[in-house]
Each structure stands twice: as C-alpha cells, then as structure tokens.
Design a protein around this ligand. Structure first.
Ligand code: PMV
Length: 348
C-alpha cells in the first residue's frame, strides 16, 4: 500500500548530445538514435513532497516552486507531462504534490533545464512507486524512470543513469530502445571517460524557437530522411571512435553533428537561426587554436547560441587558460561553466 505522505529528493544531471536527437513522432519517439555525455556540475535538485488528497475531484493537484518561489509558468508543461504519464503512474491523482526545484546553473542561462528537470520529477515519482512495488529491481526502476522522463522531454531520458547514454533503437547497440535511454556499455577508451565540457554562455535570453517547434519542423523537411540515415551511421562511427580512442575522428563527427543540427533549422519551413554572431566567433577561434597548437579542443551546440567546448582532461590547463583569456569576451557577462562527464542521477 502507498504511504499517506512523504518526501523524496533527487539530483539529476544535464547532458550534451554528441549525435543529436532532432525530429520526433507520436508524440515523444525519436526519429533517430542519439548519444550523449552526462554532465556533472550542471544539475537540478528536486524535492517532491506528497500527501494523499481528500478531495479527488479535478485533475492533478500540484504546485511548482523554483528557487523558493512558486512558479505558475511551468505548470502547463508539467500538466502535459502528467497527462502523458498518468497511465503508467496510477497514483498520480491520489496525491497532492509540491515540486520544489533548483538548478546549479543560473536561471535562464540558456542551458536547457528540461532534461535535468524532467528526469528529476520522473525519478521522484519512481521513488514513490518503489514504496508501493517493493519488488521492483534496480534495472526496472531506472528503465521506467527514463521512460517517464522521455515523456516530459525527449533528451531527459538520457539524464538518468550512465556516463554515456544512448536513446533510440539501433541495430548495433544491444538493448537500445526508442522508449528509454540506456547506459552505453560497449568499449569506451579512457580518454572519453573523463572528457571535459566548458559551456560558454553566449546568449542568456529566451530562445525564439522552442525545441518542440523545431522537432516538429522535421515533418516534411526536405532533408529529414537523409538526416535520420546519417545519424544512424554516425552512431556506428562513434562506436568505433570510442573503442579506438580516435580523438581526431571524434572532433570531426561531433562538430559535423552540431552544424548539421543547425543546418536543419536553417533549412526548415519556416527557417530560423539560433546561433549568434559570437557563436561563430567562438567556432572560428576554436579552429584557429586547433590549427596553431595541435589541441584536440572541439565544439558542439544544442538548440541555442551557447557553445559546449569538449576536450580531453589532459588539456585542461591550457584550454581553460585559452577560454579565460581569449573566449570569455564572447560570453554574456564573461560567463562560462566548467563541467565534465558525470555518472548520472543521485538520490539525496
Ligand atoms: O529534449 P528536447 O525536446 O528539448 O530536445 C533536445 C534537442 C537537442 O538538445 C537539440 C539535441 C539533443 O539530442 O539533446
């Protein structure tokens, strides 16, 4: 039987895709396989407080608190999330919830909080389920948490468990599924296990185009079919790259994926551009730095203007010096965040 009331806290990471998810169907299944590095320092901490409702009329009963302040703005997104997951979480209407959440990164920094935010709620709900269903195995717990997180935000299913996570069925990745993310357990050379990611905050403003709208513009997109084939092939390539410690091929693949993602945006109908002038300045600086020094520094982008700089841990010192001296001028308020590959969500 379920408890009358309780409280549970999860800390969940953000993630950065190497092979990008862009395009989805009915309503949260990916058109192609994606793979990401889990981050460590960029995370969300969510406490879910729950109590049995006396009055079960009406729909869900919940409140969202961000950084100590009640937030009405997030309610519709969570309402949609709850509607999608209700059939898998039968106790959802039995409780009133307070979702109390904070991010380790600045609010509206342009760092997507939906991946870490949605996976945190999913894991909190799974902790309640675990009290009811005490026989749930650890594997089933995390699979279902990822399954639920996906229904909140696709990329959130890659923010549950593992340092490198695959989402979307792929013929060469055993256990991969469109329904949830799975830790990537094929061979990964040591260099990629502790890769660094410095996020340059180029533009802190609201994105003009949401990722939901962007995904939907892949329907009827002239290059969509070819893009989805390319992503599947890039998963094969990245498997070899990981196994063979091939950092040069990694750079080529990851930068191409980032630019292809933005090329899809620029060639959709309607078209749009999320990069800013400083995004391009940074890209050119990275290329010049690589040429000059032989560094293995490369960039990737998500659906916004910010730049993720990826590099091996062995280059931490010179690259971070380069970022401070040369690249910080392109950031809003000179702000950037040093991060690295992490291991996944933690219950606190
Ligand atoms: O999870 P969503 O719907 O916000 O989509 C995220 C899409 C990208 O960040 C651009 C790529 C990815 O795979 O994370």
């Amino acid at each position: 039987a379920s408890k009358a009331s309780g409280k549970v806290t999860w800390q969940t990471p953000s993630n950065i895709a190497l092979v990008k998810y862009w395009g989805k169907k009915n309503p949260q299944l990916p058109e192609n396989t994606s793979i990401s590095f889990t981050l460590s320092n960029c995370h969300t901490t969510t406490t879910l407080t729950y109590g049995k409702r006396k009055d079960l009329r009406g729909t869900y009963d919940f409140k969202v608190v961000l950084d100590g302040k009640e937030q009405e703005d997030f309610k519709p997104k969570i309402e949609t999330f709850f509607k999608r997951i209700e059939k898998y979480v039968p106790f959802l209407r039995e409780y009133h919830f307070v979702i109390d959440t904070k991010n380790s990164f600045p609010h509206s920094s342009g760092i997507a909080s939906s991946a870490s935010g949605m996976s945190a709620i999913a894991l909190c709900l799974m902790s309640i389920e675990k009290e009811i269903n005490i026989n749930l195995t650890e594997e089933a717990f995390y699979k279902k948490a990822s399954f639920l997180a996906r229904l909140g935000s696709g990329s959130a299913c890659r923010s549950v468990k593992g340092d490198i996570v695959v989402w979307g069925e792929h013929e060469n990745i055993e256990g991969s599924s469109d329904l949830y993310g799975v830790p990537y357990v094929d061979g990964v050379a040591a260099v990629f296990k502790n890769y660094q990611d410095t996020i340059l905050l180029i533009d802190k403003g609201e994105k003009q185009v949401s990722s939901t709208v962007g995904h939907n513009l892949m329907h009827g997109h002239p290059f969509a079919a070819q893009r989805f084939i390319q992503a599947q092939e890039n998963i094969n390539k990245i498997k070899d790259i990981f196994a063979n410690s091939d950092v040069d091929k990694f750079i080529e693949l990851v930068e191409s994926e980032a630019l292809t993602l933005h090329a899809m945006m620029m060639t959709s109908n309607p078209y749009f551009i999320l990069m800013k002038p400083n995004t391009l300045q940074v890209i050119n600086e990275v290329w010049a730095y690589r040429k000059k020094t032989g560094s293995k520094l490369c960039f990737t982008l998500d659906a916004g203007a910010n730049v993720h700089l990826l590099y091996p841990e062995s280059e931490k010192e010179p690259v971070q010096e380069f970022i401070k001296n040369k690249l910080s001028v392109y950031c809003k308020d000179q702000s950037y965040i040093h991060d690295c590959v992490g291991t996944g969500a933690k219950q606190l």
